[in-house]
Write a protein that binds this ligand. Structure first.
Ligand code: ADP
Ligand code: MG
Length: 413
């Protein structure tokens, strides 16, 4: 969340509190026909506090402390209100939920639990103290009922009901704010990806033609000068050829990535597509020859509606990654399975696996751990799978291997 976003939220929170307190306490005066000065004092105090908070907010400093201060002061004010309105039977007892919700929204989702626990504690103490007559009667102004008349079972019941409400509100706040935060993060990443896609495609288009010219000239030059140059110069020349190859690869992947837009769906056999990709990849001279392939296919061909060309890119990227994770050989396991209206394609390897950090940023463009990688393969996979309304799941253990599972719909809607 940006600083501006945080400041805006706090500003709304401060104004909202002022409105709620003023409205609620005026209404209380009207409904109960009391003329209790304490309500006016609280309104005046909240006005003063709001000015103080707004002043603090303008400085833009220690905003977390400001938020906690507001929540704690609110809880104390709520406690005073509950106390003055005969604690155990107070119609204000549930006002604590406002602080529980605010903490979850303004701080972190779990803060609502901490605040719920604190409020439960305060309410229990007040209710018990009033019940045992430990608070002077003069302080209990608005309460219509003499608490001492209630028995301990009633006290227990009243506390139990309030604590249950606080906990339920905390659970709901924690769940909802957690879900909203995750959604916000998803939207942020998607915006970033869309922006990156635009930039990438315009850069790639600008540079592609001169790059192709440079790269083919370098290849011709290298070929012609092969016998004339020796030693370090030859090494340098090879490096130039290799790097220009790599640049070409990066650019064609960048263009591929930005080109993915619509699908040309056609009935395709998943097994046939996988076999075609396996044939091509297993004959790539840059990949290990020591990989054994284990296939686990159902007896009949599974036909699904996909864009065959783009899905070839998906399988090719995943199988290549598996090969690249096993430079000294290993087992590549391909399994296809039907599961109601889904088709599961699992591509597993016994390669070097990856750590948690790599796993977390797996689908971000340009994230690669390979010296000659582009980091665009899985970004492309994710984009194509999402267009097919499919899902992708990756699990990996460092040193043991990786398993990628694709869930594809059998028929598109
Ligand atoms: P690239 O292959 O060009 O690095 P990718 O987007 O295909 O880009 O993959 C991103 C990163 O994810 C790789 O650099 C690698 O660290 C990790 N990765 C992907 N697949 C595997 C795998 N099967 N085993 C281990 N690491 C993998
Ligand atoms: Mg790759």
């Amino acid at each position: 969340m940006t600083l501006e976003h945080k400041i805006n939220r706090l500003r709304v929170f401060i104004m909202l509190r002022l409105f709620i307190v003023t409205f609620l306490l005026f209404m209380t005066q009207v409904v109960f026909e009391t003329d209790n000065l304490i309500f006016y004092y609280i309104i005046a105090f909240v006005c003063f506090l709001s000015i103080f908070y707004l002043g603090w907010l303008v400085t833009g400093r220690h905003l977390l402390l400001l938020t906690w201060t507001q929540i704690v002061v609110d809880i104390l004010l709520e406690t005073i209100l509950v106390l003055y309105t005969d604690g155990i039977d107070s119609s204000f007892a549930t006002i604590y939920v406002l602080s529980i919700i605010s903490a979850g929204i303004l701080i972190v989702p779990w803060a609502s639990f901490a605040v719920a626990a604190f409020c439960s504690f305060l309410f229990s103490v007040i209710a018990t103290a009033i019940h045992w007559g430990m608070i002077p009667k003069i302080l209990l102004v608005a309460g219509p009922v003499a608490s001492a008349a209630h028995d301990p079972l009633y006290l227990f019941y009243a506390i139990y009901v309030r604590i249950t409400i606080f906990v339920v509100v905390a659970v709901l706040t924690n769940y909802l704010t957690g879900t909203i935060l995750k959604l916000e993060e998803k939207i942020r990443i998607q915006k970033r990806l869309a922006f990156l896609g635009d930039v990438t495609s315009s850069i790639a288009h600008e540079i592609r033609n001169p790059l192709m010219a440079i790269s083919s000239s370098v290849e011709v030059l290298a070929h012609d000068l092969k016998d004339l140059v020796k030693g370090e110069t030859r090494q340098l020349m090879n490096a130039v050829v290799d790097e220009s190859e790599r640049l070409k690869r990066v650019f064609s992947q960048m263009l591929n990535y930005s080109k993915i837009e619509d699908l040309k769906l056609q009935e395709t056999s998943v097994q046939k597509l996988l076999d075609h990709v396996l044939l091509v990849v297993s004959h790539d001279k840059n990949l290990s020859r020591e990989v054994t392939i284990q296939k686990q296919y159902p007896d009949k061909q599974i036909q699904i509606e996909i864009d065959a060309e783009q899905m070839t890119d998906v399988f090719s990227n995943l199988i290549r990654n598996a090969y690249e994770a096993m430079p000294t050989g290993g087992k590549l396991h391909i399994r296809v399975r039907e599961n109601r209206n889904l088709v599961e394609v699992v591509i597993g390897d016994t390669g070097h696996g990856m750590d948690k950090r790599t796993l977390k940023s797996l689908f971000l463009p340009f994230k690669t751990t390979k010296s000659s990688g582009t980091g665009l393969g899985l970004a492309q996979v994710q984009k194509i799978v999402a267009l097919h309304e499919g899902k992708i799941h990756v699990s990996s253990q460092k040193g043991k291997g990786t398993q990628v599972t694709l869930y594809l719909k059998k028929e598109s809607d």
